[in-house]
Ligand binder design. Structure first.
Ligand SMILES: [Zn+2]
Length: 109
């Protein structure tokens, strides 16, 4: 892998790089029978809902193949949906982070 001199990149290019890196780093979450099936340790469990770059942990109420229900976001800001990369599901066994697939709805209660 060739190295990248990040000091030569523009802020826009850096953001693109970070987004691409996160895609590679965090696999899509797979939801089976109301649980997260971890891509790394293959265990199933109820994941923690975490926000990338923050220490906030939300209260995950329900998880299913069609969507999530969660508490903790006050709903007054749209920055989560704008970013789309912010919310991650953390495996309760090995703490691997997973991106929430685009077809999975997150419903804030
Ligand atoms: Zn795991």
């Amino acid at each position: 892998m060739s190295s990248v001199d990040v000091t030569e990149l523009s802020p826009e290019q850096l953001i693109e790089l970070i987004v691409a890196a996160k895609r590679a780093l965090y696999p899509d979450a797979r939801v089976v029978d109301g649980k997260l099936e971890c891509s790394q340790c293959k265990e199933q469990g109820i994941p923690a809902l975490v926000e990338d770059g923050m220490t906030v942990t939300h209260d995950l109420v329900a998880i299913s193949p069609s969507g999530l229900k969660a508490r903790g976001w006050d709903g007054s800001s749209s920055q989560v949906s704008e970013e789309g990369e912010m919310l991650l599901l953390e495996c309760p066994h090995c703490f691997q982070w997973h991106r929430i697939p685009e077809d999975l709805d997150v419903e804030w209660l």
